[in-house]
Design a protein around this ligand. Sequence first.
Ligand code: COA
Ligand code: AMP
Length: 633
Amino acid sequence: MPSTRALPAGANYQETFRFAAEHPEDFWRQQAQKLEWFQFPETILSKDENGIDRWFADGEMNTAYLALDYHVENGRADQTALIYDSPVTGKKARYSYLALRDQVAKTAGMLADLGVGKGDRVVIYMPMIPEAAIAMLACARLGAIHSVVFGGFAPHELAVRIEDAEPKVLLTASCGIEIEKVIAYKPLVDKAVMDSRWKPDNVVVWQRNECRASLDHERDRDWSALLANSEPVGCTPVNATDPLYILYTSGTTGKPKGVVRDNGGHAVAMKYSMDAIYNVTPGEVYWAASDVGWVVGHSYIVYAPLIHGCTTIMFEGKPVRTPDPGAFWRVCDEYGVSILFSAPTAFRAIKKEDPDGKHLNQFPMDSLRQIFMAGERLDPPTLEWVEEKTGRPVVDHWWQTETGWAISSNPLGVESFDIKPGSSTKPTPGYQVEVLNEAGEPVPAGQQGYIAIKRPMPPSCLPTVWRNHDRFETGYLSQFPGYYVSGDGGYIDEDGYLFVMGRIDDVINVAGHRLSTGEMEEVVGGHEAVAECAVIGIHDDLKGQMPLGLVVLKDGYHSENGSIEAELVEKVRQQIGAVACFKRAVVVSRLPKTRSGKILRRILRQIADGESYTVPSTIDDPSSLEEVSNALR
Ligand code: COA
Ligand code: AMP
């Protein structure tokens, strides 16, 4: 018998937080009621066959319906749903909700003609063009599962994802454009498909004028030609717990993890976040300056703004050099953006090129209310610069691919707090965040530890790793029973503010992009001359962190004029991609280790960053530290 408890309208943060923690089913039922379900769930929270908490298990819905058809049927048909602004091609376009729905329905028809149906996977390797969002929504319409791969990843990374996701179809474009560099995608896709043990039935190519791809394999298809012959299809009902997408993210090993996102919990969390966190009204323009290849792009370029009835923007450019550091402000001004969301690194790039805000001053940005940042720690100087120059409040909020939305934030739609620089404010209602010690016990306020989320996690958080549930259990759940371990360390202060200080594993954040040093070590260690290596993330003023490889060569190998270092840099670029930003390898004769053979990575990082460090008593050979210091000098 469902209870009828409801959170009263206008409840403050404390009331909302407590209600969500004490009555999660009532809280999330109430949020779910804000969406149009085909079949409203009777079961709000239950356990699946793995004992994992699942939301809305018997609900039936379709995410693309919520994002498009619902609005077309409810008065938003003519409202702009999506704006495409591409300084790299000079193109601009607008799609109304009706036009976008029709494009998506036809594209879904095209995929259906290629045999794609509910539960089938489709890999999307695309630049920031509307067809990328259309492809995602078309998959959602069919109940197919998309897996978007960021365009900056090399063929090897794409191949790994193809092999794991086993897509029926791969959708791509002939090229991406990085400022003035045209990057032909088709040869990269061909190589990935060649290297992968799994072959998609078809590779469908969106031809761009900047570079036409030759469609010379039997499996190749021309997107426009297929579309011309396809018929629009309707929305396939799916269960709330059916996967909407798989998004691969870096873990501590070479193999990326396929984070699985469900349909129902995700839609409910997206809708709730637009109200509670971003405090944005349907009809407003919401811009996440990111890429659809990352979780920010999935959640806040495509799904949340559309489910909420906002106008979203796909910007095919950079914060700088497209054409200048005024790009973000120009877009905010031109389209009446209310909420801007990007990574701190983007603003550091702007600050570096326009420290006095001369470009910014050209654009009044009358509609801009608020700026949100995530993806990496927001350093106080960047926060202060952005607030001072734009005159707009900035919110730092913390989240992960695994959750799909903010774990902690200043929840403006619930209650607006004074911010503390360096803090992502307070746990979002629905999340119970605790800081734990090695033994899994909560630590006192102000003390650092593992940041963990008490289960059940709220809707949208991953229920598993694609076809590798063990990895979900061992990587996130088994360390502290009853908790999900985030991989980040930090503390909660006496006022309940959360400070996320950084990863406690081998994951680094480079320009807001999440990368695995373990994966880079596998690539570097695979070079014939390398005996052993350590890749660490060191501080970088612009990108937050940059990888640095310390390498010990096998006997008999010598690096002539840095030739081996250069080969290693090229090897990482070829295998992982330019986005890894692995630009520096340094040869040393040995790595500092404990007597049990563990590389002292933290100390390596401290040496590289010029910080003071304590030599541990367990060190095998203290003189190895001096040698590393000299090599890095
Ligand atoms: N396709 C192909 N290559 C790509 C790519 C893509 N989609 N995205 C990045 N790359 C390449 C870049 O061209 C660059 O190549 P290079 O080594 O030949 O110069 C390399 O990958 C590194 O890219 P990046 O780290 O983005 O550096 P940058 O100097 O080009 O730009 C910033 C720096 C700060 C402007 C940029 O990183 C940025 O805008 N960051 C915002 C981060 C963001 O959106 N994060 C998402 C979470 S909110
Ligand atoms: P991703 O899964 O790519 O979104 O990266 C998630 C990781 O980025 C987190 O685990 C953090 O390490 C880092 N991160 C994201 N947002 C923040 C933030 N606001 N403050 C500190 N770190 C952040």
